[in-house]
Design a protein around this ligand. Structure first.
Ligand code: GTP
Ligand code: MG
Length: 258
């Protein structure tokens, strides 16, 4: 295109390249999901289908962006980890962030009917997003541990809170009862008053969701002797593992391997 006298406006665009050789984490969060979940009558404190829908959107993001190596989701938020050396969109923050947020949001709308065939989507869901670089794998893992600890603390509190409310307590009474209680006391309250063993609640509620590529086995065909011929391939999967301790990372060295 020929130069025009207006071209100079381009000089106002600022560079927003993310620091090289660092883990890029994009965290998105549902905007006003307190209202969104009320309007759509999500189960409290956890709506299994709403969480499955979030997970399915995260799978779409990983399938579309190969440089995202891991993601972790809880409630209305998801964190996406992009590999250290990625050159995706020249590491431009605004590109990476806006692409992730818009892909996730449109997947959410597109998949809504699949997860809620009986419910009409009443208004457009939207997400905020931020992008942060972490300089070492150790700090990245601490970041992910931070999100999972948050999941645990919130879920345990919310489980107690809604059990108390469902049993007839007012929200204020439930809040006062839980004020200052420690993990152990909350577990005891659940067990003694409601017969619930916290550790047997669904792992998705207690641990959140991890999305990553894992080796899966496919049966390609049977030989003439009826022996299966197997092939391995990488597939994006959803699991609900502990990512605070070392075992998961030791068992999946490829995910954050450099
Ligand atoms: P902003 O993110 O600041 O816009 O506010 P928010 O209303 O989205 O609240 P926040 O992100 O802090 O917390 C997420 C909120 O989403 C929770 O407080 C719940 O109200 C709601 N939420 C998320 N997951 C579920 C669910 O499975 N069931 C129900 N009932 N509500 C959920
Ligand atoms: Mg939110």
């Amino acid at each position: 295109m020929a130069n025009s006298k207006f071209e100079y406006v381009k000089s106002f665009e600022v560079e927003d390249k993310l620091m090289p050789s660092t883990w890029i984490v994009i965290r998105i969060n549902g905007c006003h999901f307190h209202r969104f979940s009320d309007v759509h009558e999500f189960d409290k404190p956890n709506d299994e289908q709403a969480l499955n829908l979030m997970n399915s959107c995260a799978v779409s993001v990983l399938e579309e962006f190969p440089d995202i190596v891991f993601s972790y989701g809880v409630s209305d938020e998801y964190s996406f980890v992009m590999k250290k050396m990625t050159q995706f969109y020249k590491r431009r923050a605004s590109k990476i962030l806006s692409l992730t947020v818009s892909l996730f949001s449109s997947a959410y709308v597109m998949k809504w009917k699949e997860f809620f065939p009986q419910k009409e989507l009443k208004y457009p869901p939207y997400f905020d997003g931020r992008v942060v670089c972490y300089p070492s794998t150790e700090i990245l893992r601490d970041y992910l541990a931070w999100r999972q600890v948050d999941c645990h603390i919130n879920n345990q509190y919310n489980t107690c809170f809604w059990m108390l409310v469902k049993s007839g307590k007012s929200k204020k009474e439930a809040q006062d009862l839980l004020k200052g209680t420690q993990t152990q006391e909350k577990n005891e309250l659940l067990f003694q008053q409601f017969g619930i063993n916290y550790n047997t609640l669904p792992a998705m509620f207690r641990k959140g969701s991890c999305v990553f590529r894992d080796k899966v086995e496919d049966m390609v065909k049977l030989t003439d002797d009826d022996d299966p011929v197997k092939r391995y391939r990488k597939k994006v999967i959803v699991d609900h593992c502990d990512i605070i301790g070392p075992s998961f990372w030791n068992e999946h060295p490829d995910i954050l391997g450099e």
